[in-house]
Design a protein around this ligand. Structure first.
Ligand SMILES: Cc1cc2nc3c(=O)[nH]c(=O)nc-3n(C[C@H](O)[C@H](O)[C@H](O)COP(=O)(O)OP(=O)(O)OC[C@H]3O[C@@H](n4cnc5c(N)ncnc54)[C@H](O)[C@@H]3O)c2cc1C
Length: 503
């Protein structure tokens, strides 16, 4: 039986393992930590003698394709939910929101009334949907991204605007109002400080909406998002995947196709036919014998996360009936100030440059799924925090984030505990190089067809041209997130390569 070893038991390693074991491969996973899940795990705190679990890394599910959710077996044992209510957007100092309706025409009207938008909101959404459909086809068919295919499927104009172009031009093409541009363009810095002016950054905008588990929207998992990786681990074990946890790799001998590691003070050596790294993209280079390639990547991440615990359900001053809506608070109101804030963080000019805060109403969503917990939970996810300092020495930044949200809440006295993570913490906790939630930045030179480490055009997920070594972590196409898409696409390519070889 063809032997595959996967290094890394995050969502991508787990999804790859699921497809490979079902295709008849003998699959083993080697993981450094004592548990599976990678970044998608829970943490627990005790507040007032009551223990509560919360999402340590990711919180919301959105980018997973629905076919992965179903085909892996996850959909049978995992309950999810996404709010149908409009998202609510606030600009600094304003307590009333602009509503981002799911209905395009209603949205066009709202943006005209609130932000004086006179551009093409409906056309933007329609064109974005065409691009998303195109991306989803790539996912499903395991087709490697290429500008040629995009030109064939979408035409030259949409490809230039949405895939090879820069985010600033895309936003200017459709919108007149700076506020609309900011809202529609904010995901360009989702993974790190990519510049709006850099060719290739337009693609991140449709990319972030290209999941289909919730029809392109973002939502929640009952109990918490870690149930995705926890459940997939169980499914994979039942299918016969072998797990080696708490294992320290020593060397990959790619001449002899073997990997050596230690576990519980014992040394192991396993042979493989195919080796997949579902880690960050720097890790394989540390272990492959005589690795000599130059690696030059944009790595820096600027995401910070505050999890806030309330002893009673949060009451919003505005639109409290939309308690499970995502809310966004902007501290900048032009694209120029948005760009400056993110570039200042990149250049480490200060600890934090407020740009926007995404608020995830985790507790309210859990109640909608009949999971009533002791505390209400809100997550404040923000960008533009410089690398280098851990949360423990950045109390002022945490206070600044919390104090931006608190004026919108009726019952701030119910906030009893909060937990903060900075990019430096993400590096130390989740082993993300430079704290990037996508392992590497979604900058123009690392987006779409350039998000690969392969020197072979027809072998997109191969690692630096090694015949039987693959890479499928968050640093490969499409990007990070609790999606497993790169794990799926890589497994499809590997299966295809073996079939071709046999034929
Ligand atoms: C704070 C935070 C918030 C986020 N928010 C969201 C969100 O709300 N929604 C969302 O979809 N995504 C979110 N993300 C991003 C998402 O969590 C990641 O992109 C995704 O989990 C990456 O999955 P992966 O399998 O590629 O890699 P990882 O989860 O990083 O898994 C890689 C695995 O490889 C293991 N490994 C590394 N080195 C070695 C080695 N030498 N030997 C053996 N094993 C090794 C690691 O221990 C790990 O288990 C967030 C991330 C963070 C940290």
């Amino acid at each position: 039986m063809n032997k595959v070893i996967i290094v890394g038991a995050g969502i991508n390693g787990l999804v790859a393992a699921n497809y490979l074991v079902k295709s008849g491969f003998d699959v083993s996973i080697i993981e450094k930590k004592s548990q599976t899940g990678g970044a998608c795990i829970k943490d627990t705190v005790e507040i007032r003698n009551k223990k509560i679990d919360f999402a340590y890394g990711p919180t919301v599910l959105g980018m997973m394709p629905d076919f992965i959710f179903k085909e892996t077996g996850l959909s049978k044992i995992t309950q999810g939910y996404y709010p149908k209510t409009p998202k609510l957007v606030y600009f600094n100092g304003k307590e009333t929101s602009t509503k981002i309706y799911q209905d395009h025409l209603k949205l066009e009207e709202e943006l005209r009334d609130k932000w004086g938008e006179t551009g093409k909101v409906n056309a933007f959404r329609n064109d974005e949907n065409k691009v998303i459909k195109f991306i989803q086809e790539l996912y499903k068919n395991g087709t490697s991204p290429s500008t040629d295919i995009a030109n064939d499927c979408l035409g030259k104009e949409l490809t230039r605007l949405w895939i090879t172009g820069n985010a600033k031009d895309l936003l200017d093409h459709y919108f007149s109002s700076e506020k609309t541009k900011l809202y529609m363009g904010m995901t360009v810095i989702e993974s790190g400080p990519a510049s709006l002016y850099e060719p290739g950054t337009a693609f991140t905008i449709p990319l972030m909406d290209s999941g289909s588990v919730f029809d392109g929207y973002w939502g929640f998992v009952k109990t918490g998002i870690w149930k995705i990786t926890e459940n997939l681990t169980k499914i994979n074990k039942d299918l016969g995947v072998k797990f080696y946890l708490e294992s320290n790799i020593q060397e990959v001998d790619n001449d002899k196709n073997s990997i050596s590691f230690s576990k519980n003070s014992k040394d192991f050596k396993l042979n493989y036919d195919q080796l997949i790294f579902a880690t960050d993209p720097l890790t394989p280079s540390k272990f492959i014998k005589d690795f000599k390639n130059d690696i030059n990547l944009d790595l820096i991440g600027t995401s910070g996360k505050v999890t806030a615990f309330f002893k009673n359900p949060v009451r919003w001053k505005d639109s409290n009936n939309y308690s499970d809506s995502f809310r966004f608070i902007f501290s900048v109101d032009t694209l120029e100030s948005f760009e400056n804030a993110s570039q200042n963080a990149l250049n480490d000019l200060d600890d934090y440059f407020p740009g926007f805060i995404q608020i995830y109403p985790e507790g309210s969503a859990q109640r909608k799924m009949d999971n009533n917990e002791y505390f209400d939970k809100l997550i404040f996810f923000t960008k533009n925090i410089s690398y280098n300092k851990k949360a423990l020495s950045l109390d002022k930044v945490k206070d600044k984030i919390i104090s931006t949200v608190i004026p919108h809440i009726e019952n701030p006295e119910d906030l009893v505990f909060s937990k903060f993570l900075t990019p430096k913490d993400l590096n130390e906790t989740f082993l993300f190089p430079k704290g990037n939630i996508d392992h590497i930045t979604l900058s123009g030179k690392q987006n779409f067809e350039k998000r690969t480490f392969s020197s072979k055009k027809d072998n997109f997920y191969s690692y630096y041209g090694y015949e039987n070594i693959y890479y499928c972590g968050a640093g490969s196409f499409p990007c990070g997130s609790v999606a497993g898409t790169s794990g799926y696409m890589c497994s499809k390519q590997l299966i295809g390569n073996i079939k071709t070889h046999k034929d």
